[in-house]
Design a protein around this ligand. Sequence first.
Ligand SMILES: Cc1cc2nc3c(=O)[nH]c(=O)nc-3n(C[C@H](O)[C@H](O)[C@H](O)COP(=O)(O)OP(=O)(O)OC[C@H]3O[C@@H](n4cnc5c(N)ncnc54)[C@H](O)[C@@H]3O)c2cc1C
Length: 446
Amino acid sequence: MAKGGDINDASGLSRTPIYGVVEVSEEDHIAKALAFARANGLKVSLAAIRHSMGGHAFDDNALVLDLKKFNKVAVDAAAKTMTLQPGARWHDIQNMLHPRFAVKAMQSTDIFSVGGSLSVNAHGMDHQAGSVAGSIRSMRVMLADGSVTTCSPTENTELFRHVVGGYGLFGVVLEATLDVVDNAVYRTSREIIKSDDFPKFFAEVLEPNKDIGLFYGHLSTAPGNFLKDMIVYRYDKVAEEPPADQPAIGEPGSVGLKRVIINLAKWGSLFQELKWFTEKTLEPKFETCTVARTTAMAQGEACLVTRNNPMHDSVPYLFNDLTDETDILHEYFIPRAAYNPFITAAREDPAQPVPASAQCLCAHRPQGGCGADLRAGAGLFAGALHQPAGRCRRQCQDAGADAGADRCDDQAWRAVLPALPAALYGQGVAGVLSRTAGLPGDETTL
Ligand SMILES: Cc1cc2nc3c(=O)[nH]c(=O)nc-3n(C[C@H](O)[C@H](O)[C@H](O)COP(=O)(O)OP(=O)(O)OC[C@H]3O[C@@H](n4cnc5c(N)ncnc54)[C@H](O)[C@@H]3O)c2cc1C
C-alpha cells in the first residue's frame, strides 16, 4: 500500500488528500484492504480509470483501491459470455473479442473500465441493447464486511439494483459475467436533420428498424446554426458475422487535424463554423470502411464496417495537449419527452449551462463556444462541453472574481446545474474528461 499523498481524476482538477492507495491485482488484496479499513475506521473508495470527474472515485482521507490491474478476462464462445475482473478496459476487451464477437453494451468510447461502467450503468450507441445493466448475467460482489455474494437480475435482485449504477457505494464488483454479441457487419450512413425533428425521427425511423444496430446524433454548435441542425450517424446491419479475413481493429484517424479543429473552436465563432463545416462535409471523406470491397460491392458499394470498428474509439482527439487547459465533458441525461423543451431552452436562453456556447461557466452569459457534441441514445441525451479551465480561471480573476474562478473548474457544473429547470433533465450528470499528461499530482508519496 502506498500511504499518504493525494489523488486526482482525469481532469487533474480534483486533487484530494487520501489515506493511501492499495494497488489491487487479486481478490485477496481487496479482502485485506477492507479488513484494514474496518479495523482502523477508514473510508474506502474504489477507483479505476478515474474519468468520472469531481471525486466520484475517491473520498477525502479514504483508503483508495486502485483496480486497474485487477483485469483478467475470459471469453466463453459457446455461452456467448465473458467473465471479467472490473479493471478490464473495453479497448482491450474488444481486441480480445475481435473479429468474432463484440461488446453488447458500453459507452460510445472504449477508454473505461468495466467496473467504472457498471457502477454508472453506462450506455452507448446501441439503443436496442440499452445500458450495461441489460448485458449482465451475474456479478460477484464483496460487501463492506468482507463477505462475497452473487447477484444478478434474478438473484439478490435488490443488491444487483443498487450495485449497478451505485457508484461503488454498495460493494466492490469482483467479477462480472456479461453477454457478448456477434461482430455484425454494418452499412454506415449519415443524415442531416433538424434537431427539433429528432424525437419524431427516433420514433418513426430509428426505433422501429431493428436492423439499425448503432446510432448517435451530433448537434451543431456553430453560432449561426446553434442546436438547429444535427447529424445522425447510423449503422444498419447487413450481415450477422464479419467476413473471415477481417483485419485487426484500427485506431481512429486524423487525430491531429481533429484536435486542431477542437482547439480552434475555443477561440471564436469563425472557427466554430469551421468545425461544423468539417463535421458536415470533410468527415465522411475520412471514413474508414473496414470490410472488404467485394462484400461492399454486393451492398451497392456501401461503406461497411464491423460493430467493433465504431465502438473501438479511444477518442485520442479529445486528449488535450495544451498545458494550461482542461477540457471537461458535461453530459445531461434527459427523458425523451423533455428533449425538445431542453433544446429549445438551451437555444433560446444561452444563460442556461448547456454545452457549446459555455466558454466559461463563471460568466452569466456564455461567450463564444468551445464545441459540443450531443449524443443521443435510447432516449437519453448527453451534451459535451469542452471548457478551457485555465483560460476561464484567468478571465474570472481578471474580472476580480476569485470565487468565480473556482466555479471555472470542475465544480462549475455543480454550481450551475440546479439552475436548469428540474423538469428538463433526468438522472443528472456524468461528467468527465481528458487531460494531457494523464493524472498529474497523483498518489505520490509514501
Ligand atoms: C470522453 C468521455 C465519453 C463518455 N461517454 C459516455 C457515454 O457514451 N455513455 C456513458 O454512459 N458515459 C460516458 N462517459 C462517462 C463514463 O461512463 C463514466 O465516467 C465512467 O464511470 C468512467 O469509468 P472509469 O473506469 O473511468 O471509472 P472511475 O471514474 O474510475 O470510477 C467511476 C465510479 O465507479 C466506481 N467503481 C469503479 N470500479 C468499481 C468496482 N469494481 N466496484 C464498484 N464500483 C466501482 C467508482 O467508485 C466510481 O464511483 C464518458 C466519459 C468520457 C470522459
